[in-house]
Design a protein around this ligand. Structure first.
Ligand code: NAP
Ligand code: G4F
Length: 363
């Protein structure tokens, strides 16, 4: 019998890769989506004709919708990926972030129990390296103390502990993957990596003049999202329900990421100045292409994330270095270079069409 999985947050970066991964394994995949006035299904559009792929409306802030979808699908596995996932936005919308990222997790756990699925259904919770926040140890592993440092991280800490509580109180198979930052061609455009690769591609093709960033010295352990979804699945196939750190074990700064991304887009940068006065300058032309804007500073910023994936490597047999940092930056830049080139070609075609219509060459 094919297994049935329910993915909340299926329209997101990770949800789309996990859907592909589970469909390839022969799962029936059910995903939750939200109503929106604009098209938001770009990342899963290629899956919608697959008869093993099903969509349902549900919102993590709405218990009834969660209960309804779980009662209907009766999944073997739930992957709770849905979240208000932007750390900076969590400072602007702290209450909503808590509704979704903290009590949203409780809604899922309780719905599983209320539907009588506590013994059958395994639950994966998308936890985060942001729990380490104002870090107390480097690199960070499963034993490192938490010190959440944003409304997002505080909400996710509740999610982490409520999962552990249901595991111990009700003997449920529910686990958290403590994932460090993972990026891809499908990463949201306001996260720093994608903001950089898109800007590098636009600047290289004359569609943007400058890129404004916040803290250039912030350090992250960046991996490839496509590699990380395999780990989510492995965590639920494990004999015992346990929490795992998922990371590459390598650390780079935002500045390093930008230097490499611009290089792959054909621009060599040199850095001058410090703090808010630091600038990234095109070595060839002397033009300032990157500047710091305090608009992107956070009230409290997490600046030293570096994961130790030894447990996942040892106990799940997962390879944390399948895609290198250089390969990750390269594939993101290549994808955005192509995207911008297509946009430019489209604009060119539209301009010509308007001209032909005006001149009456076409009707
Ligand atoms: P993402 O691209 O921002 O996707 C988030 C998903 O959650 C989207 O499908 C979004 O739906 C959905 N969502 C948001 N609010 C919702 C609500 N109230 N009810 C139902 N669905 C809702 O995030 P991601 O990068 O794929 O991350 C997946 C999960 O992993 C998140 O929980 C994130 O916090 C966590 N995480 C991510 C990373 C990382 O580096 N990517 C690292 C650690 C942990 P819409 O499309 O409708 O907005
Ligand atoms: O790309 P970011 O916005 O990701 P952040 O805050 O690390 O959060 C992401 O990873 C977490 C895992 O650790 C997830 F839980 C979370 O859901 C999300 O996926 O920022 C990375 C760093 C920060 O220190 C930020 O201050 O980059 C710095 N930064 C510098 N300039 C910037 C910018 N971040 C953004 N978004 N935009 C900037 O212009």
């Amino acid at each position: 019998m094919a297994k049935t999985a329910l993915i909340t947050g299926v329209t997101g970066q990770d949800g789309s890769y996990l859907s592909e991964f589970l469909l390839e394994k022969g799962y029936q995949v059910h995903g939750t989506i939200r109503r929106s006035s604009v098209d938001f299904r770009e990342r899963i559009a290629h899956l919608e004709d697959n008869p093993a792929f099903h969509l349902h409306y549900a919102d993590l802030s709405d218990s009834l919708s969660i209960m309804q979808v779980i009662a209907k699908v009766r999944p073997d596995e739930i992957y709770n990926l849905a979240a208000q996932s932007h750390v900076q936005v969590s400072f602007d919308c702290p209450e909503y972030t808590a509704q979704v990222d903290a009590t949203g997790v409780l809604r899922i756990l309780e719905a599983v129990r209320q539907c009588g699925l506590a013994d059958k259904c395994r639950i994966y919770q998308a936890s985060t390296s942001e729990l380490y926040g104002k870090v107390e140890q480097v690199p960070q592993n499963e034993e490192t103390p938490f010190h959440p440092y944003s409304p997002y991280a505080v909400a996710k800490l509740y999610g982490f502990w409520i999962v552990r509580e249901y595991r111990e109180a009700y003997n449920m198979f529910c686990c958290s993957g403590i994932l460090f930052n993972h990026e891809s061609e499908r990463r949201g455009e306001t996260f720093v990596t994608r903001k950089i690769t898109l800007a590098a591609a636009r600047i290289a093709q004359g569609k943007q003049d400058k890129l404004y960033l916040g803290n250039l010295s912030s350090m992250r352990d960046w991996g490839y999202a496509r590699d990380y979804v395999e780990c989510m699945w492995l965590i639920l196939q494990n004999e015992k329900p346990e929490d795992f750190v998922i990371a590459t074990g390598e650390q780079h700064s935002v500045r390093d990421f930008a230097t490499l991304a611009f290089r792959y887009a054909g621009i060599e940068l040199r850095w001058e100045g410090e703090g808010a006065d630091e600038k990234g300058i095109d070595v060839k032309t002397g033009k300032v292409l990157v500047e710091v804007s305090p608009d992107f500073y956070r009230p409290t910023d997490v600046v030293n994330l570096w994961g130790d994936p030894s447990k996942a490597r040892r106990e799940l047999g997962w390879n944390p270095q399948k895609t290198s940092f250089e390969q990750l930056v390269r594939l993101m830049v290549d994808s955005d270079m192509e995207k911008v080139a297509i946009e430019r070609a489209d604009e060119h075609i539209k301009r010509n069409l308007v001209e032909y219509l005006e001149k009456g060459i076409v009707k």
